[in-house]
Each structure stands twice: as structure tokens, then as C-alpha cells.
Design a protein around this ligand. Structure first.
Ligand code: NAP
Length: 505
């Protein structure tokens, strides 16, 4: 018997009760916890499946892992960090920053670890959520998911890959103790993760094969260390970090315009990438293989100084023939060529458009969220879904970003959820559920804004568009600042609201 099982009196024992349960302790879960605490809410808990906070920045510790958004912007507005070592800081520094924020805010006791969510079920009689994890049962009036869209590794649909005879590693599950020195390594994928891994692996591997299905656009990465004097300035002169953040933010906002597929702007940005390629790769055959055949911006525009040079090294082969299947320790290509490997690295991305957590959430009348979303995700204000009362989703539908800092988006969503929770908790609201009409209208508006953007019309296959319906569902199809303008302030108008007093009557 676990503590979750029935004690024989119709009531589970060992059930913990909270006003709010948050699931996930990455940037979004930490942000939610900070804002709940800062606003005087104590009766909440954050359930995390791993043994530490950090989310994707805890899990993605492959060699070379770093953020390609500048650190002073890729941090909380309420938690400036004068000590970032570089313009683009490495993974371990970002993870340390997250842990430091939790310590600084005095919220360590709000996180419970090793709590993998098995199910979250809406109880339509009690009007509360019951969340079952690998360790316990939690009942709460409100449920906030903060499980991220870059948290569950995606394995490619290649026959035999799971049975690869050598060592198989996904980029998000790197084994730091494994020594690649002198081994024959293959990397599948050429996205943001792969281009950071390849230059590091190339240095030690005996031979490296990079399996490229589509060539990415790679632009220069203007990285450098911050000097001690700069760090002192950031720490001592009020407003310096804010000013720098603002400069970085508005520069990035300018980059959204090209995503609307304005030909002159796309051409200008594409030229930056193609010039970078030409400057770093002199071999015309390799350059041709590395030249993308779709519009820039359709996939994430990558930043690297060391990716192309790594591909020109003697111990590296760029393989553009499609992979047919994996047999034992060999990767078999479509033309029958076999490549024997000791290690196969899958830098193949994440389950983003069909999030695994949605398969565990059951709302009104037994509706499972992933079933409701079987033709694609949608949510009102990117956070609320009909049939799922008292549930708020952080980093769910339409909340990814291709051109600016995702932390800005998370902060806006957290403000919205905080507004909703404050309205409900202080207004004696028992149940709050967005109307389907409002949700549908919201989704329709986003579809029309997405039409014609480079993500949809740029001639590539990307993880922003759901293959099940051809709709852009993982990314906000507009400026980041318009996300905040439209989605950060809670308004009860589109919600069906049930007050506790009315229920009791
Ligand atoms: P990704 O962008 O989804 O790239 C996956 C790669 O795997 C693509 O090159 C894809 O090829 C390839 N692939 C997938 N299935 C394949 C198959 N069956 N055969 C051959 N190739 C296959 O994944 P990611 O690089 O992990 O990046 C995901 C997201 O994480 C990024 O878009 C970004 O938001 C975030 N990220 C950010 C940073 C950062 O510095 N901020 C760093 C890493 C990741 P196709 O292109 O042909 O589909």
C-alpha cells in the first residue's frame, strides 16, 4: 500500500492539500513560486520530477551547452545578475543562477523533488484538482503546469535506433562521465543543440559523422567575456543592467519584423548567414551542402563561430544522404552505405507540439487534455483551456518565441496567472473556466497572424508547426512586447465563474 491508496474509509490518506499546486521547477515554475511568495501566498507547492530545480538548464549539460540569447536579457527582470561571465553564458552558470534565485527568494522549502506527475484529475464535485505523483497525492484548488516545451526528448522515427549497438545519447540526457576520446561518433541533427555539441565532440573524437537532414542558417556569435570593470559597473551603478537589457530586448524585437516574411529583410539576414558560411568554409562542395534551401527564420537562426570550422576538420564528415535505418552498431543510409559507430548522439529536439504532460491531465467529464488537443494545442491567453477549470498552463500553446528572450514571455504569463489566482482566492471563487467561444476566437486570431510568417510559409519543416494540422501552435506569432500587452493582465470577462457561496446554496 502506498500513502496514496484508500484507507478503507473512502478517503485517501497521506493526501497533501494546497491552494495551488505548480508542476515543474524550470524558469517558469521558479518564476511562479517567486511571485506567489512575493504576493503573500504561502499555501502552495512546486512538484518537480527531478532532484533539483532548473528544467531544461538542469538537463541540457551536453558539451558546449550555452544560451544563444544574451545572459543579461535571458534572466529574470526581478533578478539582475551583475556577475554573468560572458555575453552568452554557459549552461552551468544559468543553472547556478536559477538555484541562486530560489535561495535569494527564500523559497527552497516550496519545492518537492522526485515527484513525477502520473495524473492530474479534476474533481467536479469537490471542485479541486487531484495530482498523483510517483511519491504522493496532492489536492489543490488550482493547478499550474510549468513543464516547459523543451523538456521531453524527442527520438527520431528511424527504424532500429533504440536498439543501436553502441552508446546512444540524446542531447538532453548527456552522460558526463562517458569519454568520447578516439571513438567513432555520429551526431544526428543540425539544430541549436547540435551546433553547440559538434565543435566540442570533434576535438576529442576519433571520427565524427554529422547526419544533416536540413542545413541550418548559422550567423556569427558575438560572444566575449565581461571584464571585471564591467561587472563592477553592473553591480554598483543603478540602472546599468536595466539599460543593457532594454537595448538587447528592443534590438531583438526588431528581428521579428523579418519573420513576417518581408523579402528585403529576409535577404539581408540571409546574406549575413551566407557570408558567414563563405568566410568559414572554402570548399565549394561542402559549402553547397551547408547552404539552406528554405527561407531564413523558418527554423531557428543559429549563432556559432566554431560550427563551420569544426566541419572542415579532417576527422569530420558531413553526411547528407538520408538515414534508412540502424542495424546493430551501423547506421545504414538510403543508398545502402553503412557507417559503423561507437556512439550515436541524437540532437533531435523535443516533444513540443504534443506535450507529454497533456496526456496526464484529465478535466471535466473525463476529457484528457491530449485528446482535446489531438488536432493541435490551443489555449485562451496561451494559458487557459475550456473543460479544464482552475488550470493554468505556463509555456503551453503559442508561448514559444523565435526572436527574443523566453523569460520575458514567462514573466508575462506568470503575471496573468497571478492575476487570475488573486481574483479567485480573494474573491471567494470556487471555479473558473474559460469559455470555448473565447478560446476559439483567440486561436483563430493567432492563426490569422501566423499566416504568411516565415515559420509557416518559409518552405521548411520546423517544430513550431504542428504536423497534425499544419498550424503554428508552439510560437507566439508577433512581437514579444505585444505578448505582454495582450496576455499579462487577467480579465474575468471570458470566464465562467462559480462563487463558493453560490455552490453552498
Ligand atoms: P531541433 O531544433 O528540433 O533540431 C532537431 C534536429 O534533428 C534537426 O536538425 C532535425 O532535422 C534533426 N532530425 C530530427 N529527426 C531526424 C531524423 N529522423 N533524421 C535526421 N535528422 C533528424 O532540436 P534542438 O537543436 O535540440 O533545439 C530545440 C530547441 O531548443 C531550439 O529551437 C531552441 O529553442 C532550444 N535550444 C536553444 C538553445 C540556445 O542556445 N538558446 C540551444 C539548444 C536548444 P530537420 O531540421 O531536417 O528537421
Amino acid at each position: 500500500m502506498t500513502q496514496a491508496q484508500d484507507a478503507g474509509m473512502g478517503m485517501p490518506f497521506g493526501v497533501e492539500r494546497y491552494d495551488i499546486v505548480v508542476v515543474g521547477a524550470g524558469f517558469a515554475g521558479i518564476n511562479m513560486a517567486v511571485m506567489l511568495k512575493r504576493n503573500g501566498y504561502e499555501n502552495f507547492v512546486v512538484l518537480e520530477r527531478a532532484d533539483a530545480v532548473g528544467g531544461t538548464w538542469r538537463d541540457n549539460h551536453y558539451p558546449g551547452a550555452a544560451c544563444d540569447v544574451p545572459s543579461h536579457l535571458y534572466s529574470f527582470s526581478f533578478g539582475p545578475n551583475p556577475n554573468w561571465s560572458r555575453v552568452f553564458s554557459p549552461q552551468n552558470e544559468i543553472w547556478e543562477y536559477q538555484k541562486q534565485v530560489v535561495r535569494d527568494e527564500g523559497i527552497e522549502d516550496k519545492f518537492l523533488f522526485g515527484q513525477d506527475l502520473l495524473s492530474a484529475t479534476w474533481d467536479d464535485e469537490a471542485h479541486e484538482w487531484e495530482s498523483r505523483t510517483t511519491k504522493g497525492v496532492f489536492r489543490s484548488r488550482f493547478l499550474v503546469t510549468a513543464t516547459g516545451n523543451l523538456s521531453d526528448p524527442k527520438y527520431p522515427d528511424i527504424e532500429g535506433i533504440r536498439d543501436f549497438g553502441g552508446v546512444l545519447m540524446h542531447s538532453a540526457a548527456w552522460d558526463d562521465d562517458f569519454d568520447l576520446t578516439n571513438l567513432r561518433v555520429g551526431v544526428v541533427g543540425t539544430g541549436a543543440s547540435a551546433i553547440q555539441i559538434v565543435p566540442q565532440v570533434q576535438k576529442g573524437a576519433g571520427h565524427l559523422t554529422v547526419f544533416q537532414r536540413s542545413a541550418p542558417y548559422v550567423t556569427p556569435r558575438h560572444d566575449r567575456k565581461y571584464t571585471a570593470a564591467e561587472k563592477r559597473l553592473f553591480a554598483r551603478v543603478p540602472g546599468t543592467i536595466e539599460e543593457l537589457r532594454s537595448e538587447m530586448f528592443w534590438y531583438n524585437e526588431g528581428r521579428f519584423i523579418e519573420r513576417q516574411a518581408i523579402p528585403e529583410l529576409l535577404e539581408e539576414t540571409a546574406n549575413v548567414a551566407l557570408d558567414h558560411l563563405a568566410a568559414q568554409v572554402s570548399d565549394p562542395r561542402l559549402r553547397a551542402q551547408l547552404t539552406p534551401d528554405y527561407q531564413i527564420g523558418c527554423k531557428r537562426i543559429l549563432k556559432a563561430q566554431d560550427y563551420y570550422p569544426a566541419l572542415t576538420q579532417d576527422n569530420v564528415a558531413l553526411e547528407t544522404r538520408p538515414i534508412e535505418r540502424v542495424e546493430g552498431s551501423e547506421v545504414m543510409l538510403a543508398d545502402g552505405t553503412r557507417i559503423e559507430l561507437d556512439v550515436l548522439v541524437l540532437a533531435t529536439g523535443f516533444e513540443a507540439s504534443d506535450p507529454p504532460v497533456a496526456h496526464h491531465i484529465t478535466g471535466r467529464s473525463g476529457v484528457v487534455l491530449s485528446d482535446q488537443w489531438q488536432t493541435g494545442m490551443q489555449a485562451f491567453a496561451t494559458t487557459a483551456v475550456h473543460n479544464f477549470p482552475n488550470l493554468f498552463i505556463l509555456k503551453g500553446p503559442h508561448s514559444g518565441l523565435g526572436h527574443n528572450s523566453i523569460i520575458y514571455i514567462i514573466e508575462a504569463q506568470v503575471d496573468y496567472v497571478l492575476g487570475a489566482l488573486t481574483y479567485a482566492l480573494q474573491g471567494n471563487v470556487e471555479m473558473i473556466e474559460v469559455s470555448q467561444a473565447a478560446e476559439d476566437e483567440y486561436a483563430k486570431d493567432l492563426d490569422s497572424r501566423a499566416a504568411g510568417t516565415v515559420w509557416v510559409a518559409g518552405g521548411c519543416v520546423n517544430w513550431y508547426v504542428d504536423p497534425r494540422n499544419g498550424r503554428l501552435t508552439t510560437v507566439w506569432p508577433d512581437f514579444a512586447h505585444s505578448f505582454r500587452d495582450e496576455n499579462a493582465t487577467f480579465d474575468p470577462a471570458p470566464y465562467r465563474i462559480l462563487h463558493a457561496a453560490l455552490v453552498a446554496v
